[in-house]
Design a binder for this molecule. Structure first.
Ligand code: HEC
Length: 109
């Protein structure tokens, strides 16, 4: 085999594998998410009641927006207002990113 090709293939393959490993790394569960599962279900995918929305797979920007609105009193709900009150912007972003990548909302057909 041509020596250039002999060296190039493993280098290209290992760069590809490194990139693939990075891409599939799971988003870490934010500490603040522990309390959410009581109502929204583990990974936000199994709400306890019909008036509790499913968070899994919801748009990241939508989740973050909703949480900021609860926290800042623009969207009023006694339960979620209390849950969101102590959250920082960074915690809100982490929670929104986490729930957005969970599989939940799917199209059947
Ligand atoms: C005690 C039950 C309970 C807990 C705990 C709880 N939620 Fe909720 N959550 C609700 C209910 C009920 C609603 C619907 C409120 C409404 O009608 O606005 C809701 C709504 C939301 C929404 C709006 C979703 C949408 O589709 O508009 C988001 C986002 C959300 N919760 C995130 C969280 C996060 C993040 C946590 C943890 C920090 C959490 N919730 C903890 C009960 C809960």
């Amino acid at each position: 085999m041509n020596p250039v090709i002999q060296w190039t293939i493993p280098v290209v393959v290992s760069v590809y594998l490194a990139a693939a490993a990075q891409a599939s790394e799971p988003v870490k569960i934010p500490a603040a998410a522990a309390s959410c599962s009581a109502c929204h279900g583990p990974a936000g995918d199994n709400p306890v009641s019909p008036d509790t929305p499913r968070l899994a797979g919801q748009e990241r920007g939508y989740l973050a927006h909703a949480l900021r609105q609860y926290r800042d009193g623009e969207r009023r709900n006694p339960v979620m207002g209390a849950m969101a009150k102590p959250l920082s912007d960074a915690q809100i972003e982490a929670l929104a990113s986490y729930f957005a990548v969970q599989s939940g909302l799917t199209v059947k057909y």
